[in-house]
Design a protein around this ligand. Structure first.
Ligand code: GLN
Length: 535
């Protein structure tokens, strides 16, 4: 196959239907058939990227290897397919407009009036097609954020309409809708689906595939009715029932022949359905695990999506250790010296989460102190690592006023400091230390034994760093700086080897943990937490 095919995934009726999971599942299934695929997300908001958004607005911010701050759906794409995403996989209305406006200022449009159609829509189309050409992909799956009918989505829908027209069979639309169950009537209702499809048709898009999210099984009669009312082939009407885990979705979609329907619609030969061997083994192992390992998540956002990648990484690592990871959110704003014992009681390991800003940091320090002095396996990521370091400086090195420059500009003991190149930054967006950087790990350190290699690359998202002036003092007192950037000498990993598992990383390992390739740090952390439990 040479020509790239495009699958546009839209959603209707309500938001949060799981377009990201469906897109990832399709990616997984096509990949299993040997196709070279990629998944792209368009978000209809004006922000250039979600980097400056509060997690309460949009959940976690996911970071690509090339340093783009993106929507958390890109995390699902990588976890499902194991394929790395880049800047080109994440677009927002803001970026599209910025690019068009920059071109206008450069004079690229030669005196034309710049309009939503054709200039914005052309820019959207260009970004979709360009990704296809980039690595000669067989399929580009493009997920359109938002819900059909939103004012913001209109230019994206117009771009899809045009592409479908231009590319014929090489471009299809998969529309995800919701079928509610009315308890009082005891009925499943397809009307919202019909209306949502009408809305799509009214902008000139005929969906090729319909996936209906539902909490109850939909019978053949309902599928037939929807097919007839929406002009969609019966084998292209699929249901996505609630499942115990998002990782069951690809299997469920395959059983209903979604991948085969997509191929048929695109005019591709449909070969026999492939086995999803390792994926199924992962699920079997996950379902077999009954014993629990209890992990505390010390952070300030009491919202599932805020620490999505960390939660998924912990959960995957549980499966590979034949345990169910049970995550207990511990609100760092409520954590004090007086209640820490009670709040962390019964936990086999503690994760100190990343974050920005003052709120909740003292609680993270209290947690780090408790777990260090009680030898509870502890993993600090980014701000979590910085708080582990601050706690150590305060209570072991004896600098009661030790702090990060982020929280106390005047502290004489700035064990975490701002990087030189960050000092004069005025724009907040996209200016942190972002994306993958190299790290060299000290031989025979715990981290090196876990990674089983000295040279690694991990992704970053921060402005502040360990202050190397204090390195010797930390080392003399038992906290070792075992990972560093070979060029800048910045500290990337700290550990206390005398404890069971006490490691902090300046980088975010959670962005690299996938279903079939779980991250070694998470695997070892959970393994140690399980051993800790047994003792
Ligand atoms: N606020 C810290 C910094 O900017 C940590 C960031 C994070 O946890 N991602 O360095």
């Amino acid at each position: 196959m040479t020509e790239t095919k495009y699958i546009f995934v839209t959603g209707g009726v309500v938001s949060s239907l799981g377009k990201g999971i469906i897109s990832s599942s399709i990616g997984k299934l096509l990949q299993a058939r040997g196709y070279n695929i990629t998944i792209q997300k368009f978000d209809p908001y004006i922000n250039i990227d979600p980097g400056t958004l509060n997690p309460y607005e949009h959940g976690e911010c996911y970071v690509t290897v090339d340093g783009m701050e993106t929507d958390l759906d890109l995390g699902h794409y990588e976890r499902f397919t194991g394929i790395q995403t880049t800047k080109a996989n994440s677009m927002t209305t803001g970026r599209i407009y910025k690019s068009v406006i920059d071109k206008e200022r450069r004079g690229d449009y030669l005196g034309k009036t710049i309009q939503v159609v054709p200039h914005i829509t052309d820019e959207i189309k260009r970004n979709i097609k360009q990704l296809g050409l980039k690595h000669n992909y067989d399929f580009v799956i493009t997920e359109i954020g938002g819900t059909i009918g939103d004012i913001e989505s209109a230019p994206f829908l117009e771009a899809i309409r045009q592409l479908k027209w231009e590319l014929g069979k090489k471009a299809i639309n998969l529309h995800l809708t919701y079928v509610p169950y009315l308890n009082a009537a005891g009925e499943l209702k397809t009307k919202p689906t019909q209306h949502s499809v009408k809305e799509l048709q009214s902008v000139g898009i005929q969906p090729d595939i319909l996936v209906m999210r539902t909490e109850k099984h939909l019978g053949e009669d309902i599928r037939k009715k929807v097919a007839a009312f929406c002009n969609v082939d019966l084998d292209c009407v699929v249901q996505s029932e609630d499942l115990p885990s998002i990782y069951e979705v690809p299997i469920n979609m395959q059983q209903q022949g979604l991948d085969a329907a997509i191929l048929r619609k695109c005019g591709e030969e449909v070969k026999p359905t492939p086995e999803l061997g390792p994926w199924k083994e992962f699920l079997d192992r996950r379902n077999r695990a009954t014993e629990e390992v209890n992990i505390g998540l010390v952070g300030k956002y009491d919202l599932q999506d805020a620490y999505k990648s960390i939660r998924e990484s912990l959960s995957q690592a549980g499966t590979y250790n034949d345990h169910k990871t049970v995550i207990h959110f511990v609100n760092s704003e409520e954590l004090t010296k007086d209640n820490v014992e009670e709040k962390l009681e019964g936990l086999d390991g503690v994760m100190i989460c990343p974050g920005f800003g003052q709120r909740g940091i003292e609680g993270k320090i209290v947690a780090a102190h408790y777990t260090r002095t009680h030898d509870i396996p502890t993993f600090g990521i980014c701000l979590g690592m910085q708080m582990i370091v601050t706690e150590f400086a305060r209570n072991v090195l004896g600098y009661a006023d030790a702090n990060s420059r982020e929280f106390d500009e005047k502290t004489p003991h700035n064990v975490i400091d701002i990087m030189e190149e960050q000092k004069n930054i005025t724009n907040m967006g996209g200016t942190m230390r972002l994306g993958a950087y190299e790290c060299v790990i000290r031989q025979n350190s715990r981290a090196c034994n876990i990674y089983k290699q000295e040279y690694i690359q991990e992704r970053h998202r921060h402005r502040y760093e360990f202050n190397n002036d204090y390195e010797k003092e930390f080392e003399r007192n038992g906290m070792l700086c075992v990972g560093r950037n070979p060029e800048s000498d910045l500290v990337e990993i700290v550990e206390i080897p005398s404890l069971k598992w006490y490691i902090g990383t300046q980088f975010h390992p959670e962005y690299q943990s996938t279903v079939l390739k779980p991250h070694p740090l998470f695997l070892d952390f959970i393994k140690t937490a399980i051993e800790n439990k047994k003792k």
